[in-house]
Design a protein around this ligand. Structure first.
Ligand SMILES: NC(=O)c1ccc[n+]([C@@H]2O[C@H](COP(=O)([O-])OP(=O)(O)OC[C@H]3O[C@@H](n4cnc5c(N)ncnc54)[C@H](O)[C@@H]3O)[C@@H](O)[C@H]2O)c1
Length: 288
């Protein structure tokens, strides 16, 4: 299969949140294509184990694990310095580290700070530290930021998470615009929007067998398959379905959310009792 031109043997990929889930599955795939991989995640056994798993695919010399808290600018600056020091270049940056369990609008102030620190500031830190350096190399480059449908349709519940992911969407859109307007720039930016994937953040226990996956969820590998396919064709919005939610259903949900503004409906009308039946009717011909 054709790949995005930055995904090429000998190139270098930096992946945050690389010790688990979508980040680890991406790291393994990149290593399989012959890329050198820098895994950035919180210090601990998971990062060491992930580095060993990726090294088993390529070689120990081509994998670097860097203990990094993405919410801390100096950690991300150090990550950049170590990546360039070891491999001399970075072609792919995947700002993917994320946490959930934020909170509603009026609660859990400290948790809000934590979730925004990792999910939004982590991505801002990654973009600010790496994007210019990647683009300045003059060869194909790639920035993938992991967002969420929750940053687009904003379901009630974890508002802190929704705010963080809405911010990632806005930042990534602006980065794509900025890069495509730089004369001769060969670096592109993309927003990965996973559906329900069975990973740490959705409760997958470490070392759980694949057979225990909830039926509706995708595996992290399926997300990576879809990501690579859409990157190859040049998509900016990489909106993944899952086994419960089709692209057609996502399209209706996103359209409904946008129509709240245009039609001056109540905020989050999809979850408003007066609109329950109208929303159900709006999506009823979409099978799943
Ligand atoms: N799994 C899903 O259903 C789903 C859906 C939409 C979006 N996402 C997003 O996908 C991304 C990857 O998550 P995942 O599903 O693979 O979950 P995961 O929990 O398996 O992986 C997330 C990784 O981020 C790391 N991390 C957390 N805080 C960090 C920090 N401060 N610095 C560095 N690393 C940190 C964790 O240690 C973990 O290894 C996240 O941004 C998440 O919000 C996931």
């Amino acid at each position: 299969m054709k790949q995005h031109p930055a995904i090429t043997k000998g190139n270098v990929a930096v992946i945050t949140g690389g010790a688990s889930g979508i980040g680890l599955a991406s790291a393994k795939r990149f290593a399989g294509f012959g890329l050198k991989v820098v895994l950035a995640d919180l210090a601990g056994a998971a990062l060491e184990r992930a580095a060993a798993e990726v090294a088993a695919i390529s070689s120990k010399a081509e994998v670097l694990a860097v203990a990094t808290d993405v919410s801390v600018l100096t950690d991300v600056q150090r990550l950049k310095q170590l990546a360039f020091q070891k491999f001399g270049a970075v072609h792919v940056l995947m700002n993917n580290a994320g946490i959930g369990n934020g909170g509603g609008p009026t609660e859990k102030y400290e948790r809000w700070q934590k979730v925004l620190g990792v999910n939004l500031w982590g991505v801002i830190n990654g973009v600010q530290c790496f994007a210019d350096a990647i683009a300045a190399q003059g060869v194909p480059g790639l920035v993938i930021n992991t967002g969420s449908k929750q940053g687009i349709t904003c379901p009630p519940g974890d508002t802190a998470y929704n705010v963080s992911k809405a911010g990632v969407k806005v930042l990534t859109e602006a980065l794509a615009h900025e890069l495509r307007n730089r004369p001769g720039c060969k670096t592109t930016a993309h927003l990965l929007i996973p559906g329900h994937a069975w990973t740490g953040i959705t409760g997958r226990p470490v070392d759980a067998p694949e057979s225990a996956k909830p039926a509706g969820a995708w595996t992290a590998d399926q997300v990576v398959d879809f990501l690579l396919e859409r990157l190859a064709e040049g998509s900016f919005y990489i909106l993944c379905p899952d086994n419960d939610v089709s692209h057609a259903l996502d399209a209706r949900r996103i359209q409904w959310a946008a129509d709240d503004i245009i039609q001056n409906r109540p905020a989050l009308s999809r979850w408003h009792p007066d609109y329950k039946d109208k929303f159900a009717a709006y999506v009823k011909d979409v099978t799943r």
